[in-house]
Design a protein around this ligand. Sequence first.
Ligand code: LMR
Length: 418
Amino acid sequence: IFRNLKLAPADPILSQTISFNNDPKPLNYKINLGVGAYRDDNGNSYILNSVKKAEELIRNDSNLNNHEYLPILGTNNYIELVQNFLFKDEYSNKLLNENRILTGQSLSGTGSLRLISELLKISNNVNKIVIPNPSWSNHKSIFIKSGIEKIDNYRYYNFKTQRLDLVGMLEDLNSLNPGDGVLLHVCCHNPTGVDPNNEEWDKILEIIERKQLIPIFDMAYQGFDKNLNDDLYIIERTCELIFKNNKIKNMILCQSFAKTLGLYGERIGSFSIITSNKEEKEILESQIKVIIRSMYSSPPCQGSKIVEMVLSNPELYNEWELEVGIMRDRLKEMRMLLFNELKRLNCHGPGVNGPTGWEHLIEQNGMFCFTGILPDQVAALEKDSSIYMTSNGRISIAGINSGNVGRLSRAIAGVFSV
Ligand code: LMR
């Protein structure tokens, strides 16, 4: 019965980890800059202290130390804590108090986007969803797999200047029709690391409101640009406009704790939908429950217990905030280290924003650098130096450390000198 199926292409990001693991070179020689997972300066995965403490508290609490089923949308406690964490400013809080925000636990960012996509599909009212060019490679597949047929790109990254193509972006958003969905990365855009500043967000939002588009926010890197609160700027501004003007009818937020709490494999996050009123919220809640029940029944419980513990315990929360700061600072430091090494080696990069051609490395935000290294150079780095990155030249900064940055820089300089 499967004879019509052909071999599907490997995932462009996750397949890098397989290639890295299969490479027989010693672990301390190979460099994995593929998947976006935080590593410490020794290249080890990082279990946050706040998470370790939360796990300990869960183990010692007889009410929590079990593997029982969770409700379809997660526990009320999880929902409430996550809502208070995400919607704490004046206007989002007002929407919350009007009972207009539907939130549920999701299988991290991907699971959240998929649920939303299924809901948009059955609503039968969304003609088109636009995503930035470029975007995370999974975005398009998620929407297409739910049966949303029209996925277009809007201009986002200027490949010549390595900066935001704001003019192109505004033009493209302006050409959309009311009800079209716009996927936006809240901060630390994946794969480019290029984000609008607050003034630019305001211009984007003005069009979203005027054209009555549906903003669909993907937030996987909250705290990796400024901090956990300030990175919420565009969410809070959108809530403010919704509350004051009521022209944007719905807003969607797909959020993940994978990176910020280092809970990658726990698949833990949330979806939130700002609805027009309480009645709409009830309808959407009932529909999304049916979607979840038939897809995976109910969400896993370990990650949500950790999140609940960290969000509800002020001591753990403060420690978590500090730890997010540690990760953020190390990423910034590694960008600078790579930049300085490439500069020292007199390796001229592909950029145009300064004398070294690598200035974009230190201008971008978050976990990823969009280096401008070309696919054949990426292939050469992999083959000759066991350095792994995605073929579009995106590197996960977290894979860089003080021990490997020298060899990495020399290898990059090598492929730029031929
Ligand atoms: C990435 O872009 O590397 C991460 O978001 C992991 C993933 O699932 O692709």
